[in-house]
Design a protein around this ligand. Structure first.
Ligand code: GTP
Ligand code: MG
Length: 137
């Protein structure tokens, strides 16, 4: 069965939305396989966000992800990679559809990075790579 990496980003943890996000994942019918609260270091984030290195939002993104603990979830289900991204909504929380996590709880705070509450792997290759990073040993 397919697995994906979901992260509740520091804004989601700080706003006490971890339970609500987990509730939506479970209510959809996906299974929680593993869960960890992690304070990532720069090395982990550099690997996780390697595809964005050099983009204008990269440094603010890394600083944001260093700003507090993150909850990492290993979630399983048929087509869960695509399914969770649909639950999360589009990247920009201003225009993410109501009914999605980002649409219901996110907004533009006028900061250099979109604080959009969650991360979800975007392909089977990303999922396997990212699960290996966040759930190593
Ligand atoms: P993730 O699930 O977190 O990977 O989000 P995503 O796949 O919807 O977005 P993407 O991988 O393209 O970007 C990673 C993160 O960088 C986003 O979730 C945002 O926090 C931030 N980000 C991406 N694009 C922009 C942008 O154009 N401007 C700003 N300010 N932040 C961005
Ligand atoms: Mg992404």
């Amino acid at each position: 069965v397919e697995e994906t990496l979901v992260l509740v980003k520091p804004d989601g943890v700080a706003r006490n939305l971890t339970g609500e996000i987990l509730r939506r994942i479970e209510a959809k019918g996906y299974s929680l396989v593993d869960i960890r609260m992690i304070e990532p270091d720069r090395a982990l984030l550099a690997q996780h966000y390697a595809e964005h290195e050099g983009k204008p939002f990269y440094e603010p993104l890394v600083e944001f992800m260093l700003s507090g603990p993150v909850v990492a979830l290993r979630v399983a289900g048929n087509r869960v990679i695509e399914g969770f991204r649909s639950l999360a909504g589009t990247t920009d929380p201003t225009t993410a559809a109501p009914g999605t996590i980002r649409g219901d709880f996110g907004r533009d705070w006028g900061l250099a990075v979109q604080q959009n509450l969650v991360h979800g792997s975007d392909s089977p290759e990303s999922a396997s790579r990212e699960l290996g990073l966040w759930f190593a040993s």
